[in-house]
Write a protein that binds this ligand. Structure first.
Ligand SMILES: C[S@@+](CC[C@H](N)C(=O)[O-])C[C@H]1O[C@@H](n2cnc3c(N)ncnc32)[C@H](O)[C@@H]1O
Length: 228
């Protein structure tokens, strides 16, 4: 039965059974190495009452951080209802935080809202066709608003970034180490810049981070862009 379930559902199921602490993190984590890299400031200088949208929020830890430490109005969307139920059970008491189950693209297509920043932390950006997702994001960002997304670095472990716009085969690695295949758009910063530009976004920064545990290869690519 598991072999037929969506990789992200199985991922959620295994994460739910793993015992994890139930507190709002003290930092916003953009990289695979907690405690390193930038924090929430990349989303804008003053986040109080700002409207933020997270695409692929998982159990909602980063959204909860932004709502509690910064007083932002945050919506988190995740494909898997189990993740959303878990996020609500952790953080649903916060009235400036909303969790929605659904595909990131469908959520955007059905929404009339505008956001000051839209972000993804190893979430939906990179897992959904950029040609469709980026224009949908732009429609819901206010002018000058920020898009920030961290993705597994396209050169992690010695891989090569895509040489065209198509997705590559990647895997979701579960806590029990089994790997389930998924499609991922493995773009380098130049290819992201091209797609962002076509959608009406200007790349403002592309940061690569490393993790000594993974040798000399980069681990995370953090893309920051602004709506023109
Ligand atoms: C690697 S997890 C990251 C979760 C969270 N951002 C974090 O940092 O803990 C990726 C998440 O993206 C969600 N996801 C995958 N495809 C999605 C899509 N098309 N729309 C919305 N969420 C999606 C998965 O269900 C999963 O919770």
């Amino acid at each position: 039965m598991m072999a037929q379930a969506s990789p992200w559902y199985v991922h959620a199921l295994q994460r739910t059974t793993a015992a994890e602490p139930l507190c709002v993190p003290a930092r916003m984590e953009w990289t695979s190495r907690p405690g390193t890299g930038p924090g929430a400031e990349i989303l804008g200088p003053d986040l109080r009452r700002k409207r933020l949208l997270e695409l692929g929020c998982g159990p909602g830890h980063n959204a909860a951080h932004l709502a509690t430490r910064y007083g932002a109005q945050v919506t988190g969307v995740d494909l898997v209802g189990l993740q959303v139920r878990r996020a609500r059970s952790y953080y649903g008491r916060l009235n400036n935080l909303t969790f929605v189950a659904g595909h990131a693209l469908h959520y955007l297509q059905a929404s009339n809202e505008h956001f000051d920043a839209i972000y993804s932390v190893f979430g939906a950006i990179g897992l959904v066709t950029p040609e469709l997702l980026l224009p949908a994001i732009v429609q819901h960002l206010r002018l000058g608003g920020t898009l920030a997304s961290s993705v597994p670095h396209p050169q992690r472990g010695g891989r090569r970034p895509s040489t065209d716009d198509r997705p590559s085969r990647d895997y979701v690695t579960l806590p029990d180490r089994t790997r389930l295949p998924i499609a991922r758009w493995e773009y380098d910063a130049d290819r992201w810049e091209k797609h962002l530009g076509r959608a009406g976004l200007q790349l403002t920064s592309a940061q690569t981070s490393h993790d000594a545990r993974h040798g000399r290869w980069p681990t995370t690519l953090l893309i920051i862009a602004r709506k023109l």
